[in-house]
Design a protein around this ligand. Structure first.
Ligand code: NAD
Ligand code: IPM
Ligand code: MN
Length: 370
């Protein structure tokens, strides 16, 4: 069996708490002889700043470059509000995405049957929901230059962020969306603001041209991003794959999370391009952040982190079978009535992070033991 090289970056706040549950699942996978791992751990975010004065060290980035999969918990928190902007915790995550060229961020929003009543929307609108937001992750306003605050002669200040997209960046993310749609519902909705942004106009043109040049079997629609936000809460099941830019994708995926019951439910995979040997760099992380309001209490929902491990098993570790079994274990745990505070309501079992993680582990163990 080939050994898979995994880097764990637990990060800040609830990051280490939810990562703890993933470590238990990795240990089980190894002990059952299903995969063999070389696991390393390092720092990212505020904890890296505290230790090294930077939000991620060069050594940790090198390890991430070499890993088969990076698993990341979360970064950030009020403790680091005052640190220099370039060293803020989030800068560590952004550097990883940029240095590893992880341009394709898949953010599935699945409403598990047992959670249809936990959604912010009515059951009938979300029951059976299964959509994926494909977010462009290394371009747009997150990285465009200039990005600065300057002093004006009148004593005021001027802040600039720059939204930039080039053809190749839009084309490659559109291809990811079309290829993903082919193995799902075969529909892509592309979202931009071509009515006010030049980058939106180019986005629309390049997605259309990419579609014509080899993906016409996939149904393509275009929607203005604001209207898409509205449709996402009006009738979310109309969508299959949504492809959009870095900032719209960030916002729309937090919105989509509430269709599934909680931000604590949404995993993500950030993928680079395949190299000649078919290998691609990849980082897996929940969509949620470090949740400072509940950090340290042992009550965070670990399911987004665990589902991120399932995505790693599928996309980087060559075990889609184990990924399916881990998803089934999550579903079964929810069907048993286990609920962390974020998805709890009367009549269900209120549990903490470890109890939820261990319930998933138990189901997973019986599934993999056949
Ligand atoms: P957040 O996602 O951390 O929290 C938003 C709300 O959702 C909070 O009420 C929180 O308690 C709740 N929540 C989030 N995850 C949960 C979970 N697993 N279980 C239960 N409840 C959960 O967003 P925020 O408060 O706006 O940001 C806090 C910090 O996290 C900021 O520094 C932000 O930059 C950072 N952040 C990091 C990431 C990341 O590391 N990928 C993502 C988003 C935000
Ligand atoms: C996310 C987060 C990050 C983003 C932050 C922490 C940099 O909100 O992954 O959704 O804005 O991309
Ligand atoms: Mn976000």
């Amino acid at each position: 069996m080939t050994t898979k090289n995994i880097l764990l970056l637990a990060g800040d706040g609830i990051g280490p708490e939810v990562m703890g549950e993933v470590k238990k699942i990795l240990a089980l996978i190894e002990s059952k002889g299903l995969l063999s791992f070389q696991i390393d751990e390092d720092l990212v975010g505020g904890c890296a700043y505290d230790a090294h004065g930077v939000a991620i060290s060069d050594a940790a980035v090198d390890k991430a470059q070499a890993a088969d999969a990076v698993l990341l918990g979360a970064v950030g928190g009020p403790k680091w509000d005052g640190v220099p902007y370039e060293h803020r915790p989030e800068a560590g995550l952004l550097r990883l995405r940029k240095d590893l060229e992880l341009f394709a961020n898949l953010r599935p929003a699945i409403c598990y049957p047992a959670l249809a009543d936990s959604s912010a929307l009515k059951r009938e609108l979300v029951d059976g929901l299964d959509i994926v937001i494909v977010r462009e992750l290394t371009g747009g306003v997150y990285f465009g230059e200039p990005k600065e605050i300057t002093d004006l002669p009148n004593g005021q200040k001027r802040a600039v962020d720059t939204q930039v997209y080039e053809t190749y960046e839009i084309e490659r993310i559109a291809k990811v969306a079309f290829e993903l749609a082919r193995v799902r519902g075969n529909r892509v909705t592309s979202a931009e603001k071509r009515n006010v942004m030049k980058s939106g106009l180019l986005w629309n043109q390049v997605v259309t041209a990419t579609h014509k040049a080899g993906y016409e079997d996939v149904k393509l629609d275009h929607m203005l991003a604001d209207a898409l936000g509205m449709q996402l809460v009006r009738a979310p099941k109309q969508f299959d794959v949504i492809v959009t830019d870095n900032l719209f994708g960030d916002i729309l995926s937090d919105v989509a999370s509430m269709l599934t019951g909680s931000l604590g439910m949404l995993p993500s995979a950030s993928l680079g391009a395949e190299d000649a040997s078919g290998r691609r760099k990849a980082l897996y992380e929940p969509v949620h952040g470090s949740a400072p309001d509940i950090a340290g209490k042992g009550v965070a929902n670990p399911l987004a982190m665990i589902a991120s491990l399932a995505m790693a098993l599928k996309y980087s570790l060559g075990r889609p079978d184990l990924a399916d079994q881990l998803d089934q274990a999550i579903s079964a745990t929810l069907a048993d009535g286990y609920r962390t505070g974020d998805i709890w309501s009367d009549g269900f079992k209120k549990v903490g992070t470890a109890e939820m993680g261990e319930a998933v582990l138990k189901h997973f163990e019986s599934l993999v033991s056949g």
